[in-house]
Design a binder for this molecule. Structure first.
Ligand SMILES: [Zn+2]
Ligand SMILES: [Zn+2]
Length: 538
């Protein structure tokens, strides 16, 4: 008998036996257990007890962890279903920051401290800066609004010229409601219709099976810029939609990659509009990107701006200090001839469907809406199809020197200091998500939900499921005082941290226990129903 299956060997030791990581992950997936848990040290300030707890990684839909991705998709479906055909006005109360949110805020504070320390010692803060951006997004995603640090600078007042022109569209008097109209049929039945819209970007060249027929004539520059600014175009669409519809239209939308690697949008809209009007809004919607011009490359290769403390970036030959981001924007404001860097519009392939509440159709569309959420935009880079792979690589190339944000180091290439310029910035080496193969230009959120879609944030939807399970288990879901715990990150190699295999198996064991209990409850409930039926029949 080997030690591994010898009952006399303590269980913890048996579990720690080197079991192939892949095998453990497979088991974990079968049980719906997160395979990339984040270890956190939790201190109970009432009892002083300190524990290392594995928190599921699954904070985002793009999670590479299949069980978390699946769970997130289910939650999103529940959220979509809840709001689509709402028949009463939602009440939006500010949510209490729950434990997870609080943990995020603390983590954010830690990250800031680490970052500032690294900066003080002259180290590279790029990774920490990126982490902070991610954390801020996650904090917002967790249902908190605004930035943790509050607004640090006043919003730029824009000149009239740089304001977006309102497109020529009919405008209705606003009614203070988020609900769509209902219609009463001849049979007296009340119908609550809504819409499902798919919005697509224009053509950049003919495409066959996800790759251009003629790559040399495919407009990669435009495809790259459209992807970078896609979420702004969606914002404009919503603004126009509300103006025309005359009520506070609510939506649940997902951004998904098309086969040609352009982002497109599926949107469930509460309420309904005439199709012709909707087509008019789609056609009239555009977004202008008022950024400095990138027509002229001023610095590249070894010829790059140099950093000087107190001055910023300067031309290495002339010593001229490059305009700051603010100065570049001011210049743009004053230039009457200036053109926007880019103008986005939708393509003409909009798809509009009418949907009725509670029909199988509505259900199917909800499934469809979240079908590709776990696919990343850059999946084509991993395919065996050489045409699609080459296509993805060309798009990635086009994105390399395209500025992704005011803070993007690529601005140096065009002779402008990025917003918040700091030493060590090199054009072509921006670490922003948009340049990465997984994103291919679109770094925005994959799920866009309007504030008054349902009464709940995703955190609350999660809480719903938890409450349901605890009720089923007969456990009281006592509210936990959020101040009770202090969470701290656990670094790899921490002596309190068990090997990943052991931690995964522990979670599987927990899940198994839980599932058995639920099954038993279900069987008991079934038994009661059965005996009730038999009792009646007798
Ligand atoms: Zn996970
Ligand atoms: Zn960038």
């Amino acid at each position: 008998m080997t030690a591994a299956n010898d009952r006399a060997t303590p269980r913890a030791v048996r579990m720690a036996m080197p079991l192939a990581r892949g095998v453990v992950e497979e088991i974990a997936k079968q049980y719906g257990v997160c395979i990339r848990p984040v270890p956190l040290r939790r201190q109970d300030i009432l009892t002083g007890q300190v524990e290392v707890i594995d928190v599921p990684c699954g904070a985002t839909l793009e999670s590479k962890c299949p069980p978390c991705a699946k769970r997130n998709r289910q939650l999103r479906r529940a959220q979509c279903r809840e709001g689509w055909h709402l028949d009463h006005e939602p009440v939006n109360l500010p949510d209490n920051a729950d434990e997870y949110q609080r943990h995020l805020v603390e983590l954010r504070a830690d990250a800031q401290t680490w970052r500032d320390e690294v900066e003080k010692t002259g180290g590279d803060t790029t990774d920490l800066d990126a982490a902070i951006v991610d954390l801020d997004e996650e904090i917002n995603a967790a249902g908190m609004r605004g930035n943790v640090l509050g607004r640090t600078s006043g919003k730029r007042s824009r000149s009239t010229k740089r304001r977006q022109d309102a497109p020529d569209l009919p405008k209705r008097q606003m009614i203070k409601t988020t609900l769509g109209r209902t219609f009463t049929g001849s049979d007296g039945k009340v119908y609550r219709p809504s819409m499902f819209v798919t919005l697509t970007l224009p053509s950049y060249g003919r495409v066959l099976e996800g790759a251009p027929l003629d790559p040399d004539r495919y407009d990669y520059a435009r495809a790259a810029r459209d992807a970078l600014h896609f979420s702004k175009l969606v914002d404009r669409f919503v603004q126009n939609l509300r103006r025309v519809a005359g009520y506070d239209v609510q939506y649940f939308a997902t951004v998904e990659p098309q086969k040609r690697l352009a982002p497109h949008l599926h949107m469930a809209i509460r309420g309904t509009l005439p199709r012709a009007e909707l087509r008019q809004i789609i056609a009239a919607t555009y977004h202008q990107v008022w950024w400095p011009s990138t027509d002229t490359v001023r610095f590249e290769g070894d010829h790059l701006p140099v950093w000087e403390d107190g001055a910023g970036y300067l031309d290495p030959e002339t010593g001229e200090v490059l305009p700051t981001w603010e100065q570049a924007l001011d210049k743009l404001d004053q230039d009457d001839e200036a053109e926007p860097l880019h103008v986005l519009r939708f393509g003409d392939q909009a798809d509009i469907k009418g949907v009725l509440a509670g029909t199988p159709d509505a259900d199917q569309l909800i499934q469809y809406l979240s079908k590709y959420l776990t696919k990343s935009l850059g999946d084509a880079l991993g395919t065996d199809d050489p045409r699609r792979k080459a296509h993805a690589e060309r798009l990635l190339d086009a994105l390399r020197f395209e500025p992704c944000a005011p803070t993007c180091p690529n601005w140096l290439r065009y002779g402008v200091q990025p917003k918040g310029a700091k030493p060590g910035m090199v054009p072509g080496r921006c670490r922003g998500k948009a340049h990465k193969p997984d994103h291919l230009g679109y770094a925005g959120r994959r799920v866009l939900v309007s504030r008054k879609w349902s009464n709940k944030t995703l955190t609350e939807h999660k809480q719903d499921r938890r409450t349901w399970v605890l009720e089923a288990l007969g456990v009281e879901d006592a509210p936990v005082d959020p101040h009770r715990y202090v969470w701290r990150p656990v670094k790899p190699g921490d002596p309190d941290l068990a090997p990943i295999g052991v931690r995964l198996l522990r979670s599987v064991h927990e899940r198994q226990r839980w599932r058995n209990h639920l099954d038993r409850l279900q069987a008991e409930a079934d038994g009661r129903v059965l005996s009730a039926i038999e009792g009646r029949a007798a």
